[in-house]
Design a protein around this ligand. Structure first.
Ligand code: B12
Ligand code: SF4
Ligand code: SF4
Length: 301
C-alpha cells in the first residue's frame, strides 16, 4: 500500500488531465443474514461467489466509455477496478449521496454498502458535478451517517474496528483468509469456521444493508454455506472446477485448503483426520505448518 502514494493522493496522475470521475457501484448481495452467518457453516464472502469482478466490471466500464466517446469526440477516459492505486471509497464519498461508515466502507443511504466500486476517470468536464450533501456524523438520517450506531464495531469478531472509521487490517479476517500467505495465528482460528474466505459481518450488521436488493448476477459458488471438507482435500483440477473464475482464487489453492483445514479443526469435524491425510509431502509448506499447528492445538489424548 506504500507504493504509488502520489497517485493515491492525486487521481489526476492516473490519467493525463483528469477532471471528472464517474463512480460505479456493482451490487453483489446474495441474501445472507447476520444470524445465519454467525450460526452456519464456514462461508465464502458474498462478493467472491460471483464471477471475478475485475474483468467483468472493466468490460462494462469500457462499454460506458465507448458510449461517452460517441457523445463527446476527443474524450480520453480510463476505467479502474479495485487494483489501481486509487482510494476508491474516498473518491466515492465525494459524490452527493454516500459516506464512509464506521466499518470504513462506502455506504449509500438507500443502497447500503454491498457493492463493489469502480471508476471512470475523464479528462473533460462532461457532467454536472454532484454537490456533496454534508453528512452530520452525529445523525443517522436519510442522507446518511452512522450517528450513535456501532453495530459493525460490536459484531466485528476480531477487534479490527475498535476505533471507529479506522480498520486495523492486521486484525481483519479478510486480510488473514485472503491476503496472508503463511500460517494463521491461533487467535483468528475460531472465526475461520464462520468465514473461510473474506468476511461480511461488519456489513451484515449494518442497518443500511437491511433492505439490500439481491444481486441479479450469475452465482458461481451456489451454496451460501460451503462445506470445508472437499475444499481442504481439493486437487488442482477440483480447485479449477470449484473456484475458477471467481475472486476466491486470490487466496490460491493452498490458502483455501489452509482455511478449510482450520474450519474443520475448529468445528471438531470428524472428517478432519481424512482431510489432514490428504495433504501430500510435496504440498506447500503452509499446509504442513498448519497441520503442525492443528496437532499442537488439539493434541490427541
Ligand atoms: C487493501 C484493501 C483491503 C485490505 C485492507 C483494507 C484497508 N482499510 O485498507 C483488506 C484485505 C483487509 C480488505 C478487506 C475488505 N475489503 Co477491501 N480493499 C482494499 C483496496 C484494494 C485498497 C484500500 C486502500 O487503499 N487502503 C489504503 C489506505 C490508505 O486506505 P484507507 O485507510 O481506507 O484510507 C482512508 C483514510 O486513510 C482517508 N484518508 C486519509 N488520508 C487521505 C488522503 C487523501 C488525499 C484522501 C483522499 C483520503 C485520505 O480516506 C481513505 C478512504 O476511506 C480497496 C480498493 C481500492 N483501490 O480502494 C478495496 C475495497 C476497499 N475493499 C472492498 C471490500 C468489499 C472489502 C471487504 C468487504 C471484502 C470481504 N467481504 O471480505 C473487506 C471489508 C473490510 C472493511 N471493514 O473495510 C471494497 C469496498 C466497497 C465499499 N462499498 O466500500 C473496495 C473499495 C474494493 C472495490 N473495488 O469495491 N480490503
Ligand atoms: S470484514 Fe470481518 S474481521 Fe474485517 S472488519 Fe469487518 S467484521 Fe471485522
Ligand atoms: S453498522 Fe452502524 S456504525 Fe457501522 S457503518 Fe453501519 S451505520 Fe455506521
Amino acid at each position: 500500500m506504500k507504493n504509488y502514494l502520489d497517485k493515491r493522493e492525486n487521481p489526476a496522475l492516473l490519467l493525463d488531465g483528469a477532471k471528472q470521475a464517474l463512480i460505479i457501484g456493482f451490487n453483489y448481495y446474495q441474501g445472507d443474514k447476520l444470524n445465519e452467518a454467525l450460526k452456519g457453516r464456514a462461508r465464502i464472502a458474498q462478493y467472491a461467489r460471483l464471477k471475478d469482478y475485475h474483468k467483468s466490471l472493466k468490460k462494462r466500464g469500457e462499454l460506458i466509455i465507448d458510449e461517452l466517446k460517441a457523445e463527446v469526440p476527443g474524450l480520453n477516459c480510463r476505467v479502474m477496478v479495485d487494483s489501481a492505486p486509487i482510494l476508491e471509497r474516498a473518491l466515492a464519498s465525494r459524490t452527493s449521496r454516500g459516506f464512509i461508515g464506521k466499518n470504513t466502507l462506502f455506504i449509500h443511504p438507500e443502497q447500503g454498502s454491498m457493492f463493489l466500486l469502480s471508476e471512470i476517470l475523464i479528462d473533460q468536464v462532461i457532467m454536472e458535478a454532484d454537490q456533496k450533501i454534508p453528512v452530520d456524523p452525529t445523525q443517522r438520517s436519510e442522507v446518511g451517517g452512522c450517528g450513535s450506531c456501532k453495530r459493525c464495531q460490536v459484531y466485528c469478531p476480531t477487534g479490527a474496528l475498535d476505533e471507529a472509521y479506522r480498520l486495523d487490517a492486521r486484525k481483519c479476517l479478510a486480510y488473514w483468509t485472503i491476503e496472508h500467505r503463511g500460517v494463521i495465528p491461533f487467535e483468528y482460528w475460531p472465526w475461520v469456521k464462520t468465514y473461510l474466505f473474506g468476511c461480511d459481518l461488519c456489513q451484515l450488521a449494518c442497518p443500511y444493508n437491511r433492505t439490500h436488493e439481491i444481486s441479479k448476477e450469475d452465482v458461481i459458488l451456489k451454496a451460501a454455506e460451503q462445506d470445508p471438507f472437499p475444499i481442504a482435500c481439493m486437487s488442482q483440477d477440483d480447485y479449477v472446477q470449484m473456484f475458477g473464475g471467481t475472486p476466491a482464487t486470490r487466496a490460491k489453492r493452498s490458502g483455501l485448503r489452509r482455511n478449510a483445514l482450520i474450519a474443520l479443526a475448529e468445528t471438531r469435524d470428524e472428517r478432519l483426520a481424512a482431510a489432514m491425510d490428504s495433504v501430500l509431502p510435496h504440498d506447500e509448506s503452509v499446509l504442513h505448518e498448519t497441520l503442525e499447528q492443528i496437532r499442537l492445538r488439539y493434541p490427541k489424548d
